[in-house]
Design a protein around this ligand. Structure first.
Ligand code: ATP
Length: 247
Protein backbone atom coordinates (compact mmCIF):
# COMPACT_ATOMS: atom_id res chain seq x y z
CA UNK A 1 0.00 0.00 0.00
CA UNK A 2 1.31 3.42 -0.97
CA UNK A 3 -0.40 6.43 0.53
CA UNK A 4 -0.05 10.05 -0.49
CA UNK A 5 -0.96 12.42 2.32
CA UNK A 6 -1.64 16.05 1.44
CA UNK A 7 1.06 16.29 -1.24
CA UNK A 8 1.74 19.80 -2.46
CA UNK A 9 4.44 21.35 -4.62
CA UNK A 10 5.22 24.95 -5.47
CA UNK A 11 7.72 26.66 -7.73
CA UNK A 12 8.13 30.24 -6.57
CA UNK A 13 4.61 31.40 -5.89
CA UNK A 14 3.06 29.03 -8.43
CA UNK A 15 1.18 26.07 -6.99
CA UNK A 16 1.82 22.99 -9.15
CA UNK A 17 0.16 20.43 -6.83
CA UNK A 18 -2.19 21.14 -3.98
CA UNK A 19 -3.31 18.79 -1.22
CA UNK A 20 -3.20 15.49 -3.13
CA UNK A 21 -4.22 12.57 -0.91
CA UNK A 22 -4.68 9.09 -2.35
CA UNK A 23 -4.32 5.45 -1.28
CA UNK A 24 -2.95 2.89 -3.75
CA UNK A 25 -3.64 -0.71 -2.76
CA UNK A 26 -1.45 -3.70 -3.61
CA UNK A 27 -2.31 -5.67 -6.74
CA UNK A 28 -4.37 -2.92 -8.37
CA UNK A 29 -4.05 -0.80 -11.50
CA UNK A 30 -4.62 2.96 -11.17
CA UNK A 31 -4.76 5.63 -13.84
CA UNK A 32 -4.25 9.34 -13.51
CA UNK A 33 -5.82 11.46 -16.21
CA UNK A 34 -5.34 15.14 -16.91
CA UNK A 35 -4.46 17.70 -19.55
CA UNK A 36 -0.90 18.79 -20.34
CA UNK A 37 0.75 20.66 -17.52
CA UNK A 38 -1.74 19.86 -14.74
CA UNK A 39 0.92 18.18 -12.58
CA UNK A 40 0.71 14.44 -13.37
CA UNK A 41 4.42 13.93 -14.05
CA UNK A 42 5.30 16.15 -11.09
CA UNK A 43 3.31 13.81 -8.86
CA UNK A 44 5.17 10.83 -10.40
CA UNK A 45 8.55 12.50 -9.78
CA UNK A 46 7.55 13.14 -6.15
CA UNK A 47 6.57 9.48 -5.69
CA UNK A 48 9.87 8.39 -7.27
CA UNK A 49 11.90 10.77 -5.07
CA UNK A 50 13.72 12.65 -7.81
CA UNK A 51 16.29 15.29 -6.95
CA UNK A 52 14.66 18.69 -6.88
CA UNK A 53 11.47 17.28 -5.36
CA UNK A 54 12.63 15.59 -2.13
CA UNK A 55 12.41 18.06 0.74
CA UNK A 56 10.74 20.58 -1.57
CA UNK A 57 7.19 19.30 -1.48
CA UNK A 58 4.60 19.31 1.26
CA UNK A 59 2.89 16.23 2.69
CA UNK A 60 3.99 12.65 3.29
CA UNK A 61 4.41 9.42 1.35
CA UNK A 62 3.82 6.21 3.28
CA UNK A 63 4.83 2.90 1.68
CA UNK A 64 3.84 -0.31 3.45
CA UNK A 65 3.57 1.54 6.75
CA UNK A 66 6.96 3.27 6.40
CA UNK A 67 7.39 7.00 5.88
CA UNK A 68 9.49 7.25 2.69
CA UNK A 69 9.04 11.02 2.21
CA UNK A 70 12.74 11.71 2.71
CA UNK A 71 14.18 8.65 0.93
CA UNK A 72 16.05 9.34 -2.29
CA UNK A 73 15.42 7.66 -5.66
CA UNK A 74 18.00 4.89 -5.03
CA UNK A 75 16.55 4.06 -1.62
CA UNK A 76 13.06 3.96 -3.13
CA UNK A 77 14.33 1.79 -6.03
CA UNK A 78 15.52 -0.71 -3.40
CA UNK A 79 11.91 -0.86 -2.20
CA UNK A 80 11.11 -1.55 -5.87
CA UNK A 81 9.33 1.71 -6.56
CA UNK A 82 10.09 2.21 -10.26
CA UNK A 83 9.03 4.18 -13.28
CA UNK A 84 8.94 3.85 -17.07
CA UNK A 85 9.62 7.36 -18.31
CA UNK A 86 7.62 9.15 -20.98
CA UNK A 87 10.82 9.54 -23.03
CA UNK A 88 13.02 6.52 -22.37
CA UNK A 89 16.75 7.27 -22.30
CA UNK A 90 19.21 5.70 -24.71
CA UNK A 91 22.64 4.41 -23.75
CA UNK A 92 25.27 4.39 -26.49
CA UNK A 93 27.13 1.11 -26.62
CA UNK A 94 24.97 -0.77 -24.10
CA UNK A 95 23.47 -4.01 -25.41
CA UNK A 96 19.81 -4.89 -24.88
CA UNK A 97 20.78 -8.07 -23.00
CA UNK A 98 23.11 -6.11 -20.64
CA UNK A 99 20.48 -3.43 -20.14
CA UNK A 100 17.72 -5.91 -19.30
CA UNK A 101 19.88 -7.94 -16.92
CA UNK A 102 21.48 -4.86 -15.31
CA UNK A 103 24.88 -5.95 -16.62
CA UNK A 104 24.18 -9.62 -15.68
CA UNK A 105 23.26 -8.77 -12.08
CA UNK A 106 19.86 -10.29 -12.80
CA UNK A 107 20.19 -13.93 -13.76
CA UNK A 108 17.92 -14.65 -16.71
CA UNK A 109 18.36 -17.29 -19.40
CA UNK A 110 18.03 -16.40 -23.07
CA UNK A 111 14.70 -18.20 -23.26
CA UNK A 112 13.36 -16.15 -20.30
CA UNK A 113 14.58 -12.93 -21.93
CA UNK A 114 13.03 -13.93 -25.24
CA UNK A 115 9.71 -14.63 -23.50
CA UNK A 116 9.76 -11.12 -21.98
CA UNK A 117 10.68 -9.55 -25.34
CA UNK A 118 7.75 -11.42 -26.83
CA UNK A 119 5.43 -9.96 -24.16
CA UNK A 120 6.38 -6.45 -25.27
CA UNK A 121 6.03 -7.34 -28.96
CA UNK A 122 9.71 -7.68 -29.89
CA UNK A 123 11.29 -10.68 -31.59
CA UNK A 124 14.40 -12.50 -30.19
CA UNK A 125 16.64 -10.64 -32.64
CA UNK A 126 16.45 -7.57 -30.36
CA UNK A 127 18.61 -9.33 -27.74
CA UNK A 128 21.53 -8.59 -30.07
CA UNK A 129 20.71 -4.91 -30.56
CA UNK A 130 22.08 -1.90 -28.67
CA UNK A 131 19.99 0.48 -26.53
CA UNK A 132 21.12 3.41 -28.65
CA UNK A 133 19.82 5.73 -31.34
CA UNK A 134 19.52 2.88 -33.84
CA UNK A 135 16.39 1.73 -31.97
CA UNK A 136 13.19 3.50 -32.97
CA UNK A 137 11.27 5.37 -30.25
CA UNK A 138 8.64 2.63 -30.09
CA UNK A 139 11.28 -0.13 -29.88
CA UNK A 140 13.09 1.75 -27.12
CA UNK A 141 9.84 2.15 -25.21
CA UNK A 142 9.15 -1.58 -25.53
CA UNK A 143 12.64 -2.38 -24.17
CA UNK A 144 11.91 -0.04 -21.25
CA UNK A 145 8.65 -1.88 -20.54
CA UNK A 146 10.52 -5.22 -20.67
CA UNK A 147 13.05 -3.93 -18.14
CA UNK A 148 10.26 -2.91 -15.80
CA UNK A 149 8.69 -6.39 -15.94
CA UNK A 150 12.09 -7.89 -15.07
CA UNK A 151 12.49 -5.63 -12.02
CA UNK A 152 9.29 -7.10 -10.49
CA UNK A 153 8.22 -3.71 -9.09
CA UNK A 154 6.08 -3.29 -5.99
CA UNK A 155 4.95 0.11 -7.28
CA UNK A 156 5.37 0.90 -10.96
CA UNK A 157 4.59 4.20 -12.61
CA UNK A 158 4.11 4.29 -16.37
CA UNK A 159 4.26 7.81 -17.77
CA UNK A 160 2.24 7.65 -21.01
CA UNK A 161 2.81 3.87 -21.37
CA UNK A 162 1.69 3.89 -25.00
CA UNK A 163 3.53 6.99 -26.23
CA UNK A 164 5.29 6.11 -29.47
CA UNK A 165 3.65 2.68 -29.58
CA UNK A 166 0.90 1.92 -32.08
CA UNK A 167 -2.77 1.71 -31.04
CA UNK A 168 -2.89 -2.07 -31.47
CA UNK A 169 -0.75 -2.38 -28.39
CA UNK A 170 -3.37 -1.56 -25.74
CA UNK A 171 -3.75 -5.29 -25.13
CA UNK A 172 0.00 -5.57 -24.65
CA UNK A 173 -0.04 -2.72 -22.12
CA UNK A 174 -2.87 -4.35 -20.20
CA UNK A 175 -0.93 -7.64 -20.19
CA UNK A 176 2.16 -5.91 -18.79
CA UNK A 177 0.15 -4.17 -16.07
CA UNK A 178 -1.46 -7.46 -15.09
CA UNK A 179 1.90 -9.27 -14.87
CA UNK A 180 2.92 -6.68 -12.28
CA UNK A 181 -0.35 -6.75 -10.32
CA UNK A 182 -0.55 -10.57 -10.40
CA UNK A 183 2.32 -10.72 -7.92
CA UNK A 184 0.85 -7.98 -5.70
CA UNK A 185 2.56 -4.99 -7.34
CA UNK A 186 0.68 -1.75 -7.91
CA UNK A 187 0.53 0.07 -11.25
CA UNK A 188 -0.01 3.78 -11.72
CA UNK A 189 -0.45 4.78 -15.33
CA UNK A 190 -0.32 8.41 -16.39
CA UNK A 191 -2.29 8.89 -19.55
CA UNK A 192 -4.31 11.18 -21.80
CA UNK A 193 -6.04 8.21 -23.42
CA UNK A 194 -9.36 6.94 -22.14
CA UNK A 195 -8.72 3.40 -23.46
CA UNK A 196 -5.62 3.17 -21.30
CA UNK A 197 -7.34 4.74 -18.29
CA UNK A 198 -10.15 2.22 -18.60
CA UNK A 199 -7.73 -0.70 -18.16
CA UNK A 200 -7.39 0.53 -14.56
CA UNK A 201 -9.34 -0.64 -11.52
CA UNK A 202 -9.56 2.96 -10.29
CA UNK A 203 -8.74 6.34 -11.77
CA UNK A 204 -8.36 9.93 -10.72
CA UNK A 205 -8.37 13.16 -12.64
CA UNK A 206 -5.98 15.99 -11.89
CA UNK A 207 -7.00 19.47 -12.84
CA UNK A 208 -4.82 22.46 -12.00
CA UNK A 209 -2.83 20.46 -9.48
CA UNK A 210 -5.81 19.08 -7.57
CA UNK A 211 -7.84 15.89 -7.71
CA UNK A 212 -11.04 16.84 -9.46
CA UNK A 213 -12.62 13.36 -9.73
CA UNK A 214 -11.78 9.85 -8.55
CA UNK A 215 -13.31 6.38 -8.66
CA UNK A 216 -14.61 4.25 -11.52
CA UNK A 217 -12.28 4.77 -14.55
CA UNK A 218 -15.14 5.02 -17.06
CA UNK A 219 -16.88 7.72 -15.01
CA UNK A 220 -13.64 9.58 -14.41
CA UNK A 221 -12.82 9.51 -18.10
CA UNK A 222 -16.32 10.84 -18.88
CA UNK A 223 -15.64 13.78 -16.56
CA UNK A 224 -12.28 14.20 -18.31
CA UNK A 225 -13.89 14.23 -21.76
CA UNK A 226 -16.74 16.52 -20.80
CA UNK A 227 -14.79 19.06 -18.77
CA UNK A 228 -11.14 19.01 -19.82
CA UNK A 229 -11.44 19.30 -23.59
CA UNK A 230 -12.34 22.98 -23.42
CA UNK A 231 -10.65 23.74 -20.15
CA UNK A 232 -10.94 27.36 -19.10
CA UNK A 233 -8.58 27.24 -16.13
CA UNK A 234 -5.41 25.45 -17.23
CA UNK A 235 -2.81 25.72 -14.47
CA UNK A 236 -4.97 27.95 -12.30
CA UNK A 237 -5.93 26.19 -9.06
CA UNK A 238 -9.68 26.14 -8.60
CA UNK A 239 -11.98 24.91 -5.86
CA UNK A 240 -14.12 21.79 -6.30
CA UNK A 241 -16.96 20.50 -4.22
CA UNK A 242 -16.72 17.09 -2.50
CA UNK A 243 -19.57 15.80 -4.72
CA UNK A 244 -17.52 16.41 -7.84
CA UNK A 245 -14.61 14.41 -6.51
CA UNK A 246 -16.06 11.01 -5.49
CA UNK A 247 -17.53 9.02 -8.38
N1 ATP B 1 10.81 21.73 -10.97
C1 ATP B 1 9.98 22.51 -11.67
N2 ATP B 1 10.27 23.83 -11.88
C2 ATP B 1 9.44 24.63 -12.59
N3 ATP B 1 8.26 24.22 -13.10
C3 ATP B 1 7.93 22.95 -12.92
C4 ATP B 1 8.76 22.01 -12.20
N4 ATP B 1 8.14 20.81 -12.19
C5 ATP B 1 7.00 20.98 -12.88
N5 ATP B 1 6.86 22.26 -13.30
C6 ATP B 1 5.73 22.84 -14.05
O1 ATP B 1 4.57 22.30 -13.47
C7 ATP B 1 3.56 22.09 -14.44
C8 ATP B 1 3.13 20.65 -14.37
O2 ATP B 1 4.10 19.85 -15.03
P1 ATP B 1 3.93 18.29 -15.25
O3 ATP B 1 5.12 17.81 -16.03
O4 ATP B 1 3.69 17.66 -13.94
O5 ATP B 1 2.62 18.22 -16.13
P2 ATP B 1 1.87 16.98 -16.73
O6 ATP B 1 0.50 16.99 -16.18
O7 ATP B 1 2.67 15.74 -16.52
O8 ATP B 1 1.86 17.37 -18.26
P3 ATP B 1 2.08 16.51 -19.61
O9 ATP B 1 0.79 15.82 -19.85
O10 ATP B 1 2.35 17.60 -20.61
O11 ATP B 1 3.25 15.59 -19.43
C9 ATP B 1 4.18 22.48 -15.78
O12 ATP B 1 3.76 23.79 -16.10
C10 ATP B 1 5.67 22.40 -15.52
O13 ATP B 1 6.38 23.29 -16.36
Amino acid sequence: MLELKNISFKTGTRKILEDISYKFEDGKIYAVLGNNGVGKSTLARIIMGLNGYIGKHGGQIIFNGKDITNLNITERAKLRITMAWQEPVRYEGLGVREYLTLGKRINLSDSELIEILNLVGLNPFYLHRKVDKTLSGGERKRIELASLIILKPRFAIFDEPDSGIDMMSNIMIERIFKIITSTGGTVLSITHREEIAEIADEAFLICSGKIKAEGDPKKVSEVYKSTCDNCAHINVPVEFTEDEVKL
